[in-house]
Structure formats: C-alpha cells, structure tokens
Design a protein around this ligand. Structure first.
Ligand code: FES
Ligand code: FES
Length: 155
C-alpha cells in the first residue's frame, strides 16, 4: 500500500514498505540526494534530516514512524539562488573538504538555531557532537555556524 509523506511542504507518495528507512525513500524514490548514507547505524549524522523540526537520523528511521509529520531536508531550506544563512556561512568559511558530512551538519545546526537563536560556541559543539567529519573540518564548521548566528543577529 502506498504511503504518503510530507516532505519539504509537499505530499510525496512512495510504494516502499513501512519498515524502509526514510533515507532510502528520500534518495531512491524522491530524488532528494542531500541526505547521505554514511554508516547506516545512526553513528555519523550524514543522513540527518528534520522531523517536525527535530534532527533525526534518516538511516534508522522507518517511514512508518513519520506519520503525518513534516520532513525537512537540506533541499527544503535553501537553493542555489536563495541560500539559507547556514549554507552561505559554510561557503564563506569554506567549511567543507569532501563535503560528505556538510548537509547533515547543516541540518543539525538548523535544529539548534531554530530552538536557540543565539547559541554559545559550547552549544554549537554539543549540538554537532554526533555529526562526524572524517576530513577533520570541525573547527571551520563550528566557525560557520557561529557566523550564521552573527549574520542573523545583524539582519
Ligand atoms: S548514515 Fe545515518 S547516522 Fe550515519
Ligand atoms: S568535509 Fe569530508 S567528511 Fe566532513
């Protein structure tokens, strides 16, 4: 039986089984490739998306757990023409090497900024502690999130 999911403000239909991880449906059925497969075990954060504003690991979230909730992926927060402030700050700080972790980092940071608009550096470090960067770009990533906070504060 088809399942409807609300993704980035649109109702999207999938024929995937209820136990299918959300990440597979996003990437394979809905052509939303922003969330990445890293570990598949809820350990790296590359697959992070928001479920009703809360950062979740889509690799271990079955679509049956979504219900009528709202899923937001990196594609839903900004575009090349209209970057989200976090996306712009990541570019300005050159906060990526291979970039594989970047989208998950931004989604975790978005959850933080939505609930704590003026986080401290410690808050940012804690919020991103579960997102791994194998390229060792963490310090630039933290700077990028703090830059986005500053930009928002000036705006
Ligand atoms: S791929 Fe989901 S946490 Fe690593
Ligand atoms: S930039 Fe390569 S994993 Fe983070």
């Amino acid at each position: 039986m088809a399942i409807n999911l609300k993704v980035n403000g649109q109702i999207r239909r999938t024929n995937a089984k209820p136990e299918t991880p959300l990440l597979y449906v996003l990437r394979n059925d809905l052509a939303l490739n922003g969330a990445k497969f890293g570990c598949g075990l809820s350990q790296c954060g590359a697959c992070t998306v928001l479920h009703n504003g809360k950062a979740v690991r889509s690799c271990v979230t079955p679509i049956s757990a979504i219900g009528t909730g709202e899923i937001t992926t990196i594609e839903g927060i900004g575009s090349t023409d209209k970057l989200h402030p976090l996306q712009k700050a990541f570019i300005d700080e050159q906060a990526a090497q291979c970039g594989y972790c970047t989208n998950g980092m931004i989604m975790s940071a978005k959850e933080l900024l939505d609930r704590t608009p003026r986080p401290t550096e410690k808050d940012v470090r804690e919020a991103l502690a579960g997102n791994l960067c194998r390229c060792g770009t963490h310090n630039r990533i933290i700077r990028a999130v703090l830059r986005a906070v500053e930009t928002a504060g000036r705006g």
